[in-house]
Design a protein around this ligand. Structure first.
Ligand SMILES: [Zn+2]
Ligand SMILES: [Zn+2]
Length: 180
């Protein structure tokens, strides 16, 4: 798949940056979205091109539950995004069927969804889970390294201790992805 990416020159080096569109539901304050944007751009090769407030359609709700259907939200994001890569964040609960954790799902080179409902209010936990999913978005898999952002967890206890950095293996893989 061809991804529309662009390069910037930084200290004489040419770097590939992936443009990203962030969709967020209205209960999330703009200053949170701005902090999220900065941490994403500081730590992974993304540039946030736009942030879009999204009123979720009732068609994405699971009947009789105040819960979003992950696959239907993914379809809605795919239809609405105006650049190839998108991230959706919400405080609403999200039911996922094939995610790597109960609160997130990601479709490679397409869209990542993260619900903060079970993660809670702690910002660093929220940021950590978003960065993990964005790692998947551009092609990183899980690692066994306990000191790596790409360690899989469905446990809040572990999430609060998971590293913000990529291990040397994931860093090498990411550099290979970027170079391709
Ligand atoms: Zn994962
Ligand atoms: Zn790793």
């Amino acid at each position: 798949m061809v991804l529309s990416i662009y390069t910037i020159t930084f200290n004489g080096l040419s770097l590939v940056i992936y443009p990203l569109q962030i969709f967020y539901t209205p209960e999330l304050p703009l200053d949170f979205i701005n902090s999220l944007k900065h941490i994403i751009e500081d730590r992974l090769p993304f540039s946030v091109k736009m942030t879009t407030k999204l009123y979720v359609f009732t068609t994405c709700l699971i009947p009789e539950e105040t819960c979003l259907h992950g696959k239907l939200v993914l379809d809605a994001i795919r239809n609405q995004k105006t650049i190839p890569l998108a991230l959706f964040v919400t405080e609403m609960s999200l039911k996922v069927y094939n995610g790597c954790s109960p609160w997130s799902m990601t479709h490679l080179l397409d869209a990542a969804l993260v619900s903060f409902d079970q993660i809670g209010k702690e910002q660093m936990l929220r940021f950590n889970e978003v960065l993990h999913q964005l790692g998947h978005l551009i092609g990183l898999n899980h690692t066994n390294d306990n000191n790596c952002l790409m360690k899989c967890t469905s446990d809040i206890e572990f999430l609060s201790q998971r590293a913000f950095e990529l291990c040397p293996n994931c860093t090498r893989l990411l550099n290979r992805i970027i170079a391709d």
